[in-house]
Design a protein around this ligand. Structure first.
Ligand code: AMP
Length: 421
């Protein structure tokens, strides 16, 4: 684990500011009203901008034909360091959905349950992307909805769609006026949307000073201290799905699929967070021929992780939403594990979907709960502090040169790049 949001004053290294100090009167005081006003302002900003506005200055998009073999499609994702791609039906010249890590998870569940390694490996050689929906039927899994958004629709509408459908990304489709055919323009991810907000609503973000837990952002253990007593499933960290280093990979793959989550904290016998296993880790296993690798334990599977793995980001429940948004501006982060105490005991998990839901969605402004009795620790030894986590992000974009659109750089193709979401 490498990074934390927790302040750790002794380790904080700050670069000397070269800017002239601002007049104090420029920013309103940090009050609940200022927080609420900042939220309204962010929502208004999203209502006044379209998905087109959020496009990076330059970007690459990979579209896969549904006739492509799954094996080649996987290789293509891995080579390009991405974990999803829109699908194209060239017979009908139309958009055909998305190929995502969920498809890969269904595929390996199916093969793990229904065939020998040899027959699975042989099948994957010939199986085409268009057959993936058949596998979902066999597994009794609901097919993913054929989501789409018009790129000229407002970012607010796109965000609402992401929230309502629990999707992590929405493909943006336009029409070619000459042929009338659909055109896949881009894919709007939760991360790109939040990064766009963090770049363009800096003043508002500085007003989001209230703590994450008070704002009910994330999922938290329901009993404190954690106890199996009274827990519906005997899990002391209920409702957080957790695992240990000895858990077989297949059990976690099952949790991903069953609970619709994309990461599971790995804890020791005292509930101390020792790692995080994410859906993107499954892709790394697939590259190695995962149809039998699912019997590996998590500790064995983690040895296969790319040496470039950026680390697990942790925070405390008392870190503020504004601090988290600052981190999103500087670093590609998809989730944070919330820990408490000096040792870093598991307290919760925060996904980008939680942050987006709060910024854009249902929660009535100012309706947050008071934090529980828990005394949340503000330091986690051996982890670097949030300023360090932010500075660690390389290279930090020069403030003056930030384009309005969120720059969403894709790693250069190399099979050493860890897949990003
Ligand atoms: P995600 O799949 O990461 O977008 O998360 C979807 C929802 O599930 C969010 O509300 C998260 O807070 C929650 N969540 C994420 N991981 C877990 C987990 N391991 N156990 C329970 N809830 C989770």
């Amino acid at each position: 684990m490498s990074s934390t949001l927790s302040p750790s004053p002794s380790k904080v290294k700050r670069r000397g500011s070269t800017r002239r100090p601002r007049a104090n009167s420029q920013l309103p005081p940090l009050t609940q009203e200022a927080h609420d006003a900042a939220l309204y302002s962010i929502r208004a900003y999203l209502k006044n901008h379209t998905s087109y506005d959020s496009f990076p200055v330059s970007f690459r998009m990979i579209v896969l034909d549904i006739k492509l073999e799954v094996r080649k499609a996987l290789q293509c994702l891995l080579t390009n360091g991405v974990v999803s791609a829109p699908l194209w039906n060239s017979d009908k010249s139309c958009f055909a959905g998305m190929f995502t890590v969920s498809d890969i998870i269904h595929l390996i569940q199916y093969y793990y349950k229904s065939s020998t390694y040899d027959s699975a490996a042989a099948d994957v050689e010939t199986l085409r992307l268009e057959s993936l929906r058949e596998i979902e039927k066999e597994l009794g899994v609901e097919p993913p909805p054929l989501l789409r958004e018009y790129p000229a629709a407002t970012l607010y509408d796109a965000a609402k769609l992401l929230i309502q459908t629990h999707a992590r990304r929405v493909p943006l489709l336009d029409h070619d006026t000459e042929t009338g055919h659909e055109v896949i323009v881009s894919v709007l991810t939760q991360y790109r949307l939040l990064k766009f907000i963090s770049i363009n609503c800096g003043k508002e973000i500085s007003q989001l000073h209230l703590p994450l837990r008070k704002l009910k952002i994330g999922t938290y253990v329901s009993s404190f201290p954690p106890s199996a007593e009274g827990s519906p499933d005997g899990n002391p960290f209920y409702p957080i799905a957790t695992a240990t280093l000895d858990t077989p990979v297949f059990d976690i793959v099952h949790m991903f699929s069953e609970r619709g989550i994309s990461a599971v904290p790995i804890i020791d016998e005292n509930g101390i967070v020792v790692n995080l296993y994410e859906t993107v880790d499954v892709i790394t296993l697939v590259r190695l021929g995962a149809y039998q690798a699912l019997d590996l334990t998590i500790s064995e599977a983690l040895t296969q992780r790319s040496p470039d793995f950026p680390g697990v980001v942790v925070c405390t429940a008392s870190d503020s939403l504004g601090t988290l948004m600052q981190l999103i501006k500087k670093r590609r982060v998809h989730r944070l594990v919330v820990v408490e105490g000096d040792k870093g005991r598991l307290l919760g998990i925060i996904s980008l979907s939680d942050v987006l839901r709060y910024l854009v969605g249902e929660i009535t402004i100012g309706e947050g709960i008071e934090p529980s009795e828990t005394q949340v620790s503000t330091s986690a030894p051996s982890f670097v502090s949030i300023p360090a986590a932010v500075e660690e992000a390389s290279p930090p974009p020069p403030e003056e040169n930030i384009p309005q659109a969120a720059e969403d750089s894709t790693p250069r193709p190399t099979d050493k790049v860890p897949p990003t979401e």
